[in-house]
Ligand binder design. Structure first.
Ligand code: RP5
Length: 154
């Protein structure tokens, strides 16, 4: 299993399904889990431990409000963590953006855009990382980039 997608609430699912759909399209194996850094912290740690046992290469972690999930995941793993700030709440995701990206040195989180574009790019970033050691995936990704350029009119 290559990727774990974790999110802080079921309410994040509609947005994070976009990441799952993209990984599916590229044939990347993944699991999806709902677990909260604040409300179910031991479940978060348990999922990470099991994922390590299953050979996970990348974590995608999405949360809203004071979004500590990606940072907490990064504190429990040596694998790349991609954080997606969710855009619910009175600050429309600015709180989640800053909570996700403002990590102290030594505990990196690769922060994506707020909301659905961030969810999509989390998957595309995971594909790019995995493609470094997977020529077949790299070729699929090059084809995707070419198709995207054609669609935009180049
Ligand atoms: C965060 O709080 C979740 O990631 C979600 O984006 C937000 C609201 O959660 P719910 O109240 O919908 O469960 O922890």
């Amino acid at each position: 299993m290559d990727v774990v997608i974790m999110m802080g609430s079921k309410s994040d699912m509609a947005v994070m399904e976009k990441a799952a759909d993209i990984l599916k399209g590229f044939g990347v194996s993944f699991e999806v889990h709902v677990a909260s850094a604040h409300r179910s912290p031991s479940r978060v740690a348990q999922i990470i431990g099991k994922a390590h046992g299953a050979g996970v290469k990348i974590f995608i972690a999405a949360a809203g409000l004071a979004a500590h999930l990606a940072g907490v995941v990064a504190s429990h793993t040596d694998r790349p963590v991609i954080g997606v700030p969710m855009d619910g709440g009175p600050l429309q995701g600015m709180d989640a953006l800053l909570s996700t990206v403002q990590m102290p040195g030594g505990v990196p989180v690769a922060g994506m855009a707020i909301g659905s574009h961030g969810a999509k790019n989390a998957a595309y970033m995971a594909v790019r990382i995995l493609a470094l050691s997977n020529p077949e995936l790299a070729e699929k990704n090059r084809r995707f980039i070419q198709e995207q350029a054609t669609a935009v009119g180049s």
